[in-house]
Design a protein around this ligand. Structure first.
Ligand SMILES: *Cc1c(COP(=O)(O)O)cnc(C)c1O
Length: 718
C-alpha cells in the first residue's frame, strides 16, 4: 500500500488524500488540485503544485482545520467519488470496442514523459506528447504500460541573467518528494535491472544497474528506471541523472538501459505485452533484447525478426537530422561485442540492421534500427508523414516514395490537461455535463456557438489578466534574484496591459522555429505594438534552448534585449523557465498564438493545439499540424506554402513581411472592433470557430483512437 513516510499525520476523515496524491489523475482534474489549494494555497504554490511535497510540509493544525471544515469535507467526498468511479474502468471506449484485446497490454517506451511540472522528466513537445498519450490511454481504457526514465536531476530550470544569457540549473529531485514508489516483482522484491557496459574512462567492463520506480497515471502504470543507485560507479549513477545530458557514450548507455533494461523490467513485472510502441528511436534497442530472448528460446533470427516486426510500432518525430541518434560502428562494436553471436547472425548482419551511410562513413542509426525491425510506422502529421516517406525511401528501394509504408497519425493534446478551468466551467454549462466523454465528437463541439459572446469574452479577459499577473510575478521574482532596485521591481506592477491584444510565442528555441523572425523589420514592429496609443499589441515569449545549442541561446538573448529596447519595452516580455505550468498560463491567456517555423521542419507542433482548444486563434506558417487545421476562418496562415525560396534570407523576408501585413490587417483591427457593449463580436466568432475546429480534431482522444485502430490493433491481431 501507500508508503506515507515523512508525511504530516493525516486525520482519518481525510486520509485518502494520500491516494489522490499518488495517482497523477489529479494532474488533469483541477477540482482535485483545488483540494490541496483549499488546505493551504500558499504552500500549494511554494511546493510547485506537488502534492507529495505538500503533504510532507503542511502544518498539522492546517490539516486538522480542513478535516473539520464541512465544506472541505463535501468537496473531498465529491473528488473521491469521481476518482473511484474513474477507476472502475467499466464503460471505456476500448472495452466497448475491443473487449477481446484487454488481456495483454501495449508497452509504450519513451525517453521522456511530460506529465506535470512537479515531475521534470521532459524537455519539450515529445515528452508532453508521451505524457498526454498516457493520460488519454487511461481515459479510453487501453491496456497500456509506460516505460521510461526517472531522471533525478531532470531537465534544467532556466534562469536568464542580467545580460540575457540562459543559465541552466539542475536540481536534484528527491524521490521521496515525487509521486513515485519502488516497483516490485512477482515475488514482492524491488525490481533492479542491469545492462553490461564496456570499459571506459578507467572503469572496467561492468554491469550498470537501474532501479525501477512506479508512477500511477489514472489507470495506467508507468515504470521509470533510475541508475543513481548502489553499487553503480559515480559515472554510471550519472547515466540517467539528466535528460539529454552527457556525451555520445553516455547517451548510448542511456538508450541501452531504456530499451534493454525496459524489456527486462516488464519481464520482472510478469508483463507480457501484446505490442511494443517506440516513441522515437531512443528506445529502439528494445528490439534487440526481444530478439535475444526469442533466439534464446530456440527460434532463428529470421523467425524472431518476423514476430518482432508484427508486434512493434515505431513513431518518428522530426525531420531534423540531429533528432535521429546515430553511433559510429566502433562504438557499437565495444558496447555490443557478443550480440551478433547471441542473435546467431554475423557482425555485418548485425550492423546492417541499423546501417546508415553518412558522408563520413557508416553509422548505426536508431531510426534505421526501428524501421528495419518494426512493422508499423508513422509520422506525426500529414505533411510529416510525407516528409518521412521521402527521408527514408532509401530503405525501400523497390517501392515508389508513395508506397513507403510510413503512415501518419497527427498529434493531439490531452483536453483536460490543457483546458483552462474557467473555460471548462463554460463548456460544462453549454456543451452538456458529460461533454468530456465526447471529446472527439465534432457535432458536440458545434455547440460552442451557443455560448453567449459576452460570457466567452468575459472569460477571455479573465484568462488574459491571469497571464499578465503571472508574467509580472515571474518578472518580479527574477528581479529580486538579480538584486535590482526596489523602484524597478515595483514598476513591474505596470508591466503589460491586461486589456491589450496579447500574442504568445513559446516553444523550444530550436533555430528552425525562427523565434526572432518577428524582429526582421523592427521599426515596423514598433509601429504595430504601439498601435497609435489606442490599439496596443504585446508579445509574451518563453522557451528553453538546448544547453549546447549556442544559436538557440543567441536567439533568447536577442529576444531579451529587444524587450528592453525603446519602442518595444513594455510590449514585449521574455518569461523565464518555460514549463508545463507556464505553458498553461500562456496558451489560455494569449489572444493569438504565433508560430514561425521554417517549412517543412515542424513535424507537428502541439502548443498551437493547446491554444486553439482555449479559444486562441493561431497565426502560423502552414507547416505541421496547422497545414491540416487551418480552414480560413479559425486563424491565419503566414505566407503561401507553394511559394518557397531556396535562399534562407529571402524566405525570412517573405515570411516576416507576410506576418506584419497580417498583424496590421486583419488581426489588430479585428480585435479592437467592439460593439456598444465593448464586445469584439467578429473576434469572438473566430474564437468560437477556433475551439469548434481545433478541439475535436487535434484532441488526444482522436489521436489515441487512431493509433489504436491503425497501429495497435493490427499489431495485436498477431
Ligand atoms: C506543448 C509544449 C511544448 C511543445 O510545443 P510545440 O509547439 O510543439 O513546440 C514544449 N514545451 C512545453 C512546456 C509545452 O507545454
Amino acid at each position: 500500500m501507500m508508503t506515507s513516510v515523512g508525511f504530516t499525520p493525516i486525520p482519518n476523515r481525510i486520509i485518502r488524500l494520500t491516494e489522490i496524491a499518488y495517482n497523477l489523475w489529479w494532474t488533469w482534474h483541477p477540482e482535485a488540485q483545488e483540494l490541496f489549494k483549499r488546505i493551504d494555497a500558499r504552500l500549494w504554490e511554494d511546493a510547485y503544485h506537488n502534492p507529495i511535497l505538500f503533504l510532507r510540509e503542511v502544518r498539522q493544525s492546517t490539516l486538522n482545520g480542513a478535516a473539520n471544515d464541512p465544506e472541505f469535507i463535501r468537496a473531498y467526498h465529491d473528488i473521491l467519488t469521481a476518482f473511484d468511479e474513474y477507476q472502475v474502468f467499466e464503460n471505456t471506449w476500448f472495452k466497448h470496442t475491443y473487449n477481446d484485446k484487454l488481456k495483454k497490454p501495449i508497452a509504450y517506451f519513451s525517453a521522456e514523459f511530460g506529465l506535470h511540472e512537479c515531475l521534470p522528466i521532459y524537455s519539450g513537445g515529445l515528452g508532453i506528447l508521451a505524457g498526454d498519450h498516457t493520460k488519454e490511454a487511461s481515459d479510453l481504457g487501453l491496456p497500456f504500460i509506460g516505460v521510461g526514465f526517472l531522471y533525478p536531476q531532470g531537465y534544467f530550470k532556466q534562469l536568464i541573467t542580467a545580460n540575457g544569457d540562459q543559465e541552466a540549473i539542475y536540481t536534484k529531485v528527491r524521490f521521496a518528494e515525487a509521486p513515485a514508489q519502488a516497483a516490485f516483482d512477482i515475488d514482492g522484491k524491488e525490481i533492479v535491472v542491469s545492462v553490461a557496459l564496456p570499459a571506459r574512462n578507467g572503469l572496467p567492463d561492468r554491469r550498470v544497474y537501474a532501479k525501477v520506480y512506479h508512477i500511477q497515471v489514472g489507470c495506467v502504470p508507468l515504470y521509470l528506471m533510475d541508475t543513481d543507485i548502489h553499487p553503480n560507479a559515480p559515472e554510471d549513477r550519472e547515466l540517467s541523472a539528466r535528460l539529454y545530458g552527457g556525451d555520445q557514450e553516455m547517451r548510448l548507455a542511456q538508450e541501452m538501459v531504456l530499451g534493454i533494461g525496459g524489456v527486462q523490467a516488464l519481464k520482472a513485472l510478469g508483463v507480457k505485452p501484446a505490442v511494443y510502441h517506440m516513441n522515437e528511436g531512443h528506445s529502439a534497442f528494445l528490439v534487440l533484447e526481444r530478439a535475444r530472448e526469442l533466439v534464446d528460446s530456440g527460434l532463428s533470427f529470421a523467425e524472431a525478426k518476423e514476430i518482432i516486426r508484427k508486434t512493434s510500432i515505431f513513431t518518428t518525430h522530426t525531420p531534423v537530422p540531429a533528432g535521429h541518434d546515430t553511433f559510429p560502428f566502433p562504438m557499437i562494436d565495444r558496447y555490443f561485442p557478443n550480440w551478433h553471436d547471441w542473435l546467431k547472425i554475423s557482425r555485418d548482419e548485425f550492423m546492417n540492421l541499423a546501417r546508415q551511410d553518412q558522408g563520413w562513413g557508416p553509422t548505426f542509426s536508431m531510426t534505421v534500427l526501428a524501421l528495419n525491425m518494426a512493422g508499423h510506422y508513422n509520422g506525426v502529421s500529414r505533411s510529416h508523414g510525407e516528409v518521412s516517406r521521402h527521408m527514408w525511401h532509401w530503405l525501400w528501394p523497390n517501392l515508389s516514395v508513395e508506397e513507403v509504408p510510413i503512415t501518419h497519425v497527427t498529434n493531439g493534446v490531452h483536453t483536460e490537461t490543457w483546458l483552462a478551468p474557467e473555460l471548462k466551467r463554460l463548456f460544462d454549462q453549454y456543451l452538456g455535463e458529460d461533454w468530456t466523454l465526447h471529446i472527439d465528437d465534432q457535432a458536440m463541439w458545434d455547440g460552442v456557438i451557443h455560448i453567449p459572446d459576452e460570457q466567452l469574452w468575459e472569460v477571455m479577459n479573465q484568462l488574459r489578466a491571469k497571464l499578465v499577473d503571472f508574467v509580472r510575478l515571474r518578472t518580479r521574482q527574477r528581479m529580486f534574484r538579480l538584486g535590482m532596485s526596489l523602484n524597478d521591481i515595483e514598476a513591474t506592477a505596470n508591466l503589460l496591459d491586461s486589456r491589450a491584444l496579447t500574442i504568445g510565442f513559446a516553444r523550444r528555441f530550436a533555430t528552425y522555429k525562427r523565434a526572432t523572425l518577428l524582429f526582421h523589420d523592427v521599426e515596423r514592429l514598433k509601429r504595430i505594438v504601439n498601435g497609435d496609443g489606442v490599439r496596443p499589441v504585446q508579445f509574451v515569449f518563453a522557451g528553453k534552448a538546448h544547453p549546447r545549442d549556442e544559436l538557440g541561446k543567441d536567439f533568447i538573448r536577442e529576444v531579451y534585449h529587444r524587450s528592453h529596447e525603446a519602442g518595444l519595452a513594455g510590449h514585449l516580455v521574455f518569461v523565464e523557465d518555460y514549463d508545463m505550468n507556464a505553458a498553461r498560463y500562456l496558451v489560455a491567456g494569449a489572444d493569438v498564438w504565433l508560430n514561425t517555423p521554417r517549412p517543412p521542419m515542424e513535424a507537428s507542433g502541439t502548443s498551437g493545439q493547446k491554444a486553439g482548444l482555449n479559444g486562441c486563434p493561431n497565426l502560423s506558417v502552414l507547416d505541421g499540424w496547422w497545414a491540416e487545421g487551418y480552414n480560413g476562418q479559425n486563424g491565419w496562415a503566414i505566407g503561401h506554402p507553394e511559394v518557397r525560396y531556396e535562399d534562407e534570407h529571402e524566405q525570412n523576408h517573405a515570411d516576416a513581411t507576410a506576418l506584419y501585413e497580417l498583424l496590421e490587417d486583419p488581426v489588430v483591427p479585428l480585435f479592437y472592433e467592439r460593439n456598444a457593449n465593448g464586445v469584439p463580436v467578429k473576434w469572438i466568432k473566430m474564437v468560437k470557430e477556433t475551439i469548434r475546429t481545433v478541439a475535436p480534431q487535434f484532441s488526444m482522444s482522436r489521436m489515441v483512437k487512431e493509433y489504436t485502430e491503425k497501429l495497435y490493433i493490427p499489431g495485436m491481431e498477431e
